[in-house]
Each structure stands twice: as structure tokens, then as C-alpha cells.
Unconditional design. Structure first.
Length: 156
């Protein structure tokens, strides 16, 4: 006879561990944002965003029916102080339903995080990439550029 109670208990324990892992991952991103906000005078935030795949030839019914299959997540950055709120995709993000492992994909690179320390290290690698740095630089200067343009227009 199958022992369903044992499996049930394992599922409950797995759900608890997954919630702890996801809370830990969220705390890493909160710490990242606190540091970036302080360094950039609140001009930079990082978030996980969901996007729909561009499925040109699928019907609306197929897209709705397969909603989860047609989405992907990214690590994106935005400037909360900018006049127009436009985020920049930095990398693709994939988190296991257990929380860990989570994966960061960018520039033909896959970084796998098995725990908090490796996630922190992988986010440091992502932030130190020159193409990512260029996007972040653009974002933190976006508001300044908009103000400068409007000031230039007022002076002419």
C-alpha cells in the first residue's frame, strides 16, 4: 500500500524550504537595490520583470492557454526618478520552483546560483559587465539629460 501521508509531509516540507529560498532571493535583490539606490542618489533600481514571448503565428487562444510557456523573466533596471519609466533588460532570469537553483543568462553566459552567496557573486559578475554598465550609465543619466534638454529649450 502506498504511503501518501509520507509524500504529503515531504511536499509540505519542500514548500516551506522553497518559500524560505524565495524569501532569501528577494532579500538579496533588496540589498542590491539599497546599495545601488544609495550609490546613485536613488536613480537606479533592479527588478525581475515578466515578458511575453513574441509568438507572431500563434492565435490568441493558444497564447492564453499556454500563458506560462509564453513568458520569460528578466533582470531589468530602471530609473525611478526618470520622466519616462522605461526599463532596460540586463539578463534573462530563471528561478526554480524550489527557489534555487536560479540562473542568469546574458551575452552567451549562464550563471547558476545554488545559494545566497553564489547569487550575490553572480549578480556582481552581471553588474560588472561592460554592456550592462553602459545600460546602467544611460539609466542614471536619463533624468539629467531630460532636464538639460528642457533647460536648453527654455534658454533659446
Amino acid at each position: 500500500m502506498a504511503n501518501y501521508v509520507s509524500s504529503f509531509r515531504e511536499g509540505i516540507k519542500a514548500a516551506e524550504i522553497a518559500n524560505e529560498n524565495k524569501d532569501e532571493i528577494q532579500s538579496v535583490f533588496e540589498d542590491l537595490n539599497n546599495q545601488l539606490s544609495s550609490e546613485t542618489e536613488r536613480k537606479l533600481q533592479i527588478k525581475i520583470e515578466s515578458h511575453y514571448e513574441n509568438k507572431l503565428f500563434e492565435s490568441i487562444t493558444e497564447i492564453v492557454r499556454n500563458k506560462e510557456k509564453n513568458t520569460y523573466e528578466t533582470i531589468s533596471a530602471f530609473n525611478p526618478l526618470a520622466n519616462s519609466v522605461s526599463s532596460q533588460k540586463l539578463a534573462r532570469w530563471k528561478m526554480s520552483r524550489h527557489g534555487y537553483p536560479c540562473r542568469i543568462y546574458f551575452d552567451n553566459t549562464e550563471l547558476i546560483s545554488e545559494d545566497k552567496e553564489s547569487l550575490e557573486s553572480n549578480l556582481q559578475i552581471l553588474l560588472s559587465d561592460p554592456l550592462v554598465g553602459k545600460k546602467l550609465f544611460h539609466l542614471i543619466n536619463f533624468e539629467v539629460n531630460d532636464k538639460k534638454k528642457s533647460t536648453d529649450r527654455e534658454m533659446s
